[in-house]
Design a protein around this ligand. Structure first.
Ligand code: ATR
Length: 282
């Protein structure tokens, strides 16, 4: 019997996850099915239960996207430390009544940076824009790479300061990490005069086409500007390009977080380069 997987979100129509996972499955010879399921805004838990109960083969796992990652966190009966740090879950594994929750977003970003983009975060000055769920999910994985500094800047400066403080505390408690950098919070105007080697946009501004009030000086020479949104040219990407930065969108992160989920479920790590090439039409 074929093991079943699905991605849950609302909306979910344009999700690339079914294509990504079927390419992974074909490449690794795994017999799985993977579908996209739209859940009602108030019906996430019910949709998961229905998915587990129904179907021809056993339900083994699910990916979770906007707006259900926090609810998936609560639904999980056990969670990994990185899911705890993110406060959100994007990967569920079903096993004999237990629901394990993990978050592969941060690992996906780090792997895209290091393996696909040749940008090792170690020793770099990193600016993270945004203080919502997308930002929260990548803070601990970035800190664990030992950057020279990590500044979290947000439109609402107070939220950035709170998030930085929270991670400074939790990071300090992790064994072996005592000597590493603690994140700082900042406002956009407060970034004037500062420079960064890696600028990551984790705000949702790109989705509405909003321009971030970023001083152009934040992009240091040979800076990589990383837009977490994919599939569209955002004002942030335009700003960064004009400032001379190397620019990328979040398609690599999407494929890499999926590969990490596939590895959790199937115990094999698929090659991402051909899948990334297929998705970007190269
Ligand atoms: P997500 O889970 O995708 O991170 P979210 O929790 O709603 O979504 O957070 C959205 C982030 O984008 C926030 O950091 C938000 O800034 P505020 O905390 O000040 O609201 C940021 N954001 C959204 N639209 C923005 C805009 N037009 N300019 C600047 N920041 C914006």
């Amino acid at each position: 019997m074929t093991d079943r997987y699905a991605v849950f979100g609302n909306p979910i129509g344009h999700s690339k996850s079914p294509r990504i996972h079927s390419l992974f499955a074909a490449q690794t010879g795994q017999d799985i099915s993977y579908q996209a399921i739209v859940a009602e805004r108030e019906g996430f838990a019910a949709a998961i239960s229905a998915f587990i109960a129904a179907g021809d083969g056993p339900a083994r796992g699910a990916n979770v996207t906007v707006p259900f990652k926090e609810e998936a966190f609560r639904l999980a009966t056990q969670r990994t430390p990185r899911a705890e740090a993110a406060g959100a879950v994007n990967t569920l594994t079903f096993d004999a009544g237990a629901i394990s929750g993990d978050n592969t977003d941060g690992a996906g970003l780090i792997r895209d940076l290091t393996h696909n983009l040749g940008c090792d975060p170690a020793g770099r000055r990193i600016l993270l824009l945004g203080a919502g769920g997308a930002a929260r999910g990548v803070i601990l994985p970035l800190l664990l790479e030992n950057p020279a500094e990590l500044v979290i800047a947000n439109r609402n400066e107070e939220t950035a300061a709170r998030l930085a403080l929270e991670f400074a505390d939790s990071f300090a408690r992790l064994p072996g990490c005592a000597l590493s950098v603690k994140p700082d919070g900042a406002s956009f105007p407060g970034l004037g005069g500062r420079q960064f080697d890696l600028v990551i946009n984790a705000t949702s501004a790109g989705l509405s086409g909003a321009v971030l009030p970023l001083p152009t000086s934040v992009f240091a020479a040979r800076c990589l500007a990383y837009e977490m949104v994919y599939g569209r040219a955002t004002p942030f990407m335009q700003q960064a390009r004009e400032a001379g930065a190397r620019v990328t969108d979040g398609l690599g992160m999407l494929v890499e977080q999926a590969a990490e989920a596939f590895f959790i479920w199937r115990g094999v790590r698929p090659h991402t380069a051909p899948v990334l090439a297929a998705l970007s039409g190269k």
